[in-house]
Design a protein around this ligand. Structure first.
Ligand code: GLU
Length: 296
């Protein structure tokens, strides 16, 4: 379902400046933005949330600001970068909304459902695993990416090589995440709960915790920023299927989002987005996952 389109200009000014300044295409502050279609007067069923957003010409999207490669906004950056904001631009484009008309809102793991329920944002694209519990209270379309929970430890720590070594260890993760529940409930770790993964990263760097746990895709970003101090260890020990969150009051969004994600897989836009962001911290371009059917 692609509409008649105009193309949107390529690389963001911030990315160009960062590239020119440091010549480092791999750092999070230099993530580029892709070029995606913006639909010209798309046609949606009257009264649908898509029609309202298209008519309004703007959209509020909740993303993370502290996860390099996924959703990140550094000091001095105007716009967040990462695979999640890229997908946000792809979706907005299919609503006829230019990237400049997206209002980015920082979400943390714990406020994603309330932000969708109370209309603070229209969409959440924020390393947001699809779960049955979450789908009881909000909508989630996808998955657009599948990763697994992993462990980040000090580079010189040989005592933790997998989740079975976590018994009695202090493990940092984020309140409201699937990650914190898994290590506490299944592996006997002593959880240290914070609001953001960057706080956990700091706790590990200063030696206050033994490990940080969350999705491998997130941890690889932190390890890439501190390759001499930190390393990701072991095999992934959960399956995290990232979805796009939408309001429980707009179930019609499901099919639109699912079709848009499928189109982005098929026409190469998702691969472009991936290569520009997560692909830079050692993640392989994934096989496109099969998307869940929407309830009719
Ligand atoms: N993907 C997991 C979740 O949605 C962990 C990452 C996060 O907290 O954003 O809970």
């Amino acid at each position: 379902m692609k509409f008649r389109t105009t193309r949107w200009a390529a690389v963001s000014a911030a990315a160009l400046l960062a590239l020119a300044a440091c010549g480092d295409a791999g750092s999070d502050s230099s993530d580029e933005s892709g070029e995606y279609d913006v639909a010209d007067s798309p046609d949606f069923e009257e009264g649908s949330r898509m029609a309202e957003l298209a008519e309004q010409g703007s959209i509020k999207i909740g993303v993370k600001y502290d996860q390099p490669g996924i959703g990140f906004r550094g000091a001095g950056q105007d716009e967040p970068t990462g695979i999640d904001p890229e997908l946000g631009k792809i979706i907005a484009g299919q609503l006829g909304i230019e990237p400049a008309d997206i209002e980015w809102v920082e979400t943390i793991s714990d406020n994603r459902e309330p932000f969708l329920q109370n209309g603070t944002v229209d969409l959440v694209i924020a390393s947001y695993s699809i779960t049955d519990e979450r789908r009881e209270i909000v909508g989630q379309a996808g998955p657009y990416y599948v990763t697994g929970q992993s462990l980040l430890v000090a580079a010189d720590d040989d005592s933790i090589n997998g989740p079975e070594d976590l018994d009695g260890k202090t493990v940092c993760s984020v309140r409201g995440s699937t990650s914190i529940d898994t290590v506490e409930q299944e592996y006997g770790a002593e959880p240290a709960g914070f609001d953001t993964y960057s706080e956990c990263n700091d706790q590990l760097l200063n030696g206050s915790v033994d490990a940080v746990t969350t999705d491998g895709a997130i941890l690889l970003g932190y390890a890439a920023e501190n390759p001499d101090e930190l390393k990701v260890v072991g095999e992934p020990f959960s399956e995290e299927r990232y979805g796009v969150g939408y309001s429980p009051d707009a179930p019609e969004m499901c099919q639109f989002l699912t079709d848009t994600i499928q189109d982005a897989f098929d026409d190469g836009d998702f691969e472009t987005a991936f290569d520009l962001t997560l692909g830079k911290s050692g993640n392989e371009v994934p096989e496109a996952p099969e998307l869940d059917a929407c309830e009719s």
